[in-house]
Structures are given as structure tokens and as C-alpha cells.
Design a protein around this ligand. Structure first.
Ligand code: C5P
Length: 232
């Protein structure tokens, strides 16, 4: 399994993204484009960042009826991104349809990941509001197994869940984990955080890092530190 640091480009406009990326002269970080940037700038931002030579995780978390997700994934497959995702709650049928839509005529496709339960959802709310009576670890494990059964490549999960996901779904099933902080940096609004080194030891294959890099005084130095701590 490949390991990499994915930088979350949580900026409101293309101008700010380019200002950030222009600071990287030697390396081309793997980047994540989320809803805010995609909805503000449209698919053109993906093409532009791809043309600069970055690998891209397009984090749009699709969740709809299987046919709609399949058609949407077909459109996304033409954007030449490297990773996309959806909600495992959409069912195995929806995940299978997504894979079909994502597969290009030449048989290639981006990696497809599932969100199990959002880390912002507490076990208490999941049980009381969503009427899921299982525990959070049981739910994450089952949703990951559903994603595996549908043929997906991995899940987005907490670094605290990565080892359990690998144990349930195999070492080759990717774990992509946000919620990463350096030992000496602020947690911001993340509740349960892990350092890059601990995430690696805990079984994370890719870590998603936003503010510790984007808001650092020297983002390039922070990115390099992250790579050093995660990959060695
Ligand atoms: O700034 P920070 O490192 O907290 O950014 C983490 C990134 O990962 C953000 O883009 C956030 O939306 C995303 N994310 C997360 N927790 C999840 C899923 C995605 O923090 N469970």
C-alpha cells in the first residue's frame, strides 16, 4: 500500500489556492478539493490543479439513488482525479453503481472511498437521531465491510479506527484519515486527533492534513515535517 500526505485545500477561492500552491517549488503535494472550493470554482479548478501536476482527492461525498450516483461518477471520471468518495450509508447497490459509473471506457478509474460515519456524529446522536442501535465501532466496521463487498478501495475514517478497519477488511483496503495534528499544534475544532507518526503506526495509509499546513507560518516546512513524521 502506498502512503502519502494529502493537503486539504480548504480555501474559498481559486486565487487563495494558487497563492498557497505557488509556495511549493520542489514538491507537488497530493491535495484534497472539498465542497467549498468545488462549488465556488466548478470543475475548472480541478483541471487547473491537475495541469500543475498534483494528484487530487475530490471530496464530494456523494449520496443519492444508485442511478444518479452512477451518472454523477461518470462525469467525475472525466476529470482525471485520483480519488473520489461517497457515503457508505447509500447502500451496497449505490456503491456498486458508483464504481460502474467511475470506470472509464479504457478500464481505469480513480480510487473510490466510502465515508463510514462522519467523525462529527457522536454515538449518542447516531443512536438517538438516526436510530442505529449498534455502537460506533460496530457501525464503522459494518459500513467498511459493505464498502469492501461493493468493490471499493477503502474508507475515510478516524485514525483511531484505521487498525480496526484493516483487521476487518484486509491490509490492502485503504484507510484515509483526517484529524491529524503535530504534537505541539492546536487541535482547532477536531476532537480526537493523532500525530502523523502515531497515525502511521496505527495503520493509516493516507493522512489528510489541513490547517496544520495551510495555516502554518511556513506551509512548505510544515508539509515537509508532516511527510517526515508520517513516511520517515
Ligand atoms: O484542518 P484540518 O486538518 O482539520 O482539515 C481536515 C480536513 O479533513 C478538512 O477538509 C475536513 O473537512 C476533512 N474531514 C475531517 N473529518 C472527517 C472527514 C473529513 O476533518 N471525518
Amino acid at each position: 500500500m502506498k502512503h502519502d500526505v494529502i493537503v486539504a485545500l480548504d480555501f474559498p477561492s481559486a486565487q487563495e489556492v494558487y497563492g498557497f500552491l505557488d509556495q511549493f517549488r520542489e514538491e507537488k503535494p497530493f491535495v484534497k478539493i472539498g465542497m467549498e472550493l468545488f462549488y465556488a470554482e466548478g470543475p475548472e479548478i480541478v483541471r487547473q490543479i491537475k495541469a500543475r501536476g498534483h494528484q487530487i482527492f475530490l471530496d464530494l461525498k456523494l449520496h443519492d439513488i444508485p442511478n444518479t450516483v452512477k451518472s454523477a461518477m461518470r462525469v467525475l471520471s472525466r476529470l482525471d482525479v485520483d480519488m473520489v468518495n461517497l457515503h457508505a450509508a447509500g447502500t451496497i447497490d449505490m456503491m456498486k453503481a458508483a464504481l460502474e459509473g467511475l470506470t472509464r471506457p479504457d478500464g481505469t478509474r480513480p480510487m473510490l472511498l466510502a465515508v463510514t460515519q462522519l467523525t462529527s456524529t457522536s454515538e449518542e446522536r447516531m443512536q438517538r437521531e438516526l436510530l442505529i442501535s449498534a455502537t460506533m465501532p460496530e457501525t464503522v466496521r459494518k459500513y467498511a465491510q459493505n464498502a469492501r463487498e461493493a468493490g471499493l478501495d477503502g474508507v475515510v475514517c478516524s485514525p483511531l479506527e484505521a487498525a480496526m478497519v484493516h483487521e476487518a477488511c484486509g491490509a490492502d483496503f485503504a484507510t484515509v484519515t483526517p484529524g491529524i495534528r503535530f504534537a505541539d499544534s492546536a487541535a482547532d475544532d477536531q476532537r480526537r486527533v493523532m500525530t502523523p507518526e502515531k497515525a502511521r503506526l496505527g495503520g493509516s495509509d493516507y493522512i489528510v492534513v489541513g490547517r496544520p499546513i495551510t495555516r502554518a507560518e511556513d506551509p512548505v516546512a510544515a508539509y515537509r515535517r508532516c511527510v517526515r513524521e508520517f513516511i520517515g
